[in-house]
Design a protein around this ligand. Structure first.
Ligand code: GRF
Length: 204
């Protein structure tokens, strides 16, 4: 299945997905990487891996979300994209766009949702004093950093952690679970069941 990855920055999750999908027998193909910022460092990495990249700048559209999404949707249609993976994509969508891709668009957030959605999840986790944090891959719904959960991975929080050290530990887990979650979706190993998902295959 042709997959598009949407990025705004570094793109380390994008790289993890590209690497996993390059393996023999992976059930999805990364057909396109789209950035809403021309200066996203991840673009060069995608190109180095031979993946087609596009820049669709969202800034000129300001609050005109639908205007930006029209260009985005045209690019996705042109490349016959069936699944979207958001990977550090820092732009909110309209409810219409989200509805159109419902069940076919994944996001990763660096906390154990539903705890700590939104900005600065690692700072939120440290301030709450949790002893375990992690990352969540979920289907995208109109509410930010919410939606049926596909996969989670946990890490311990160390007493002397800063946002930076915790972020680095969680990132390692992100790079493991995002490819696994995409595999699950691409093999129809998971289905949405109201606000949650049920697995139709063994989770590895
Ligand atoms: C990741 O921590 C991701 O979970 C969050 O933004 C960060 C993006 O990192 N949504 P990268 O661009 O994938 O390296």
């Amino acid at each position: 299945r042709p997959v598009a990855i949407l990025i705004s920055g570094r793109g380390s999750n994008m790289s993890a997905l590209i690497e996993a999908a390059a393996a023999d027998g992976f059930p999805a193909e990364i057909a396109l990487v789209i950035s809403n910022r021309a200066d996203a460092p991840g673009l060069a990495n995608a190109e180095a891996n031979g993946i087609k990249t596009l820049v669709i700048e969202s800034k000129p559209f300001g609050k005109d979300r639908a205007g930006f999404e029209k260009l985005l949707q045209a690019a996705l249609d042109e490349h016959k994209i069936e699944v979207i993976c958001l990977a550090g994509f820092m732009r909110l969508f309209t409810a219409e766009f989200v509805q159109h891709w419902y069940g076919r668009m994944l996001n990763i957030h660096p906390s154990l949702l539903p705890s700590f959605p939104g900005l600065d999840p690692h700072g939120q986790a440290l301030r709450a004093g949790v002893k375990i944090s992690g990352a969540t891959v979920h289907f995208v719904i109109p509410e930010t950093d919410a939606g049926p959960i596909v996969m989670q991975g946990a890490v311990p929080v160390a007493p002397d952690d800063t946002s930076e050290t915790l972020a680095a530990r969680v990132l390692g887990v992100e790079h493991q679970i995002y490819p696994q979650a995409l595999r699950l979706l691409a093999t129809d190993g998971i289905k949405i069941d109201g606000d949650v998902t049920t697995s139709t295959a063994g989770v590895d």
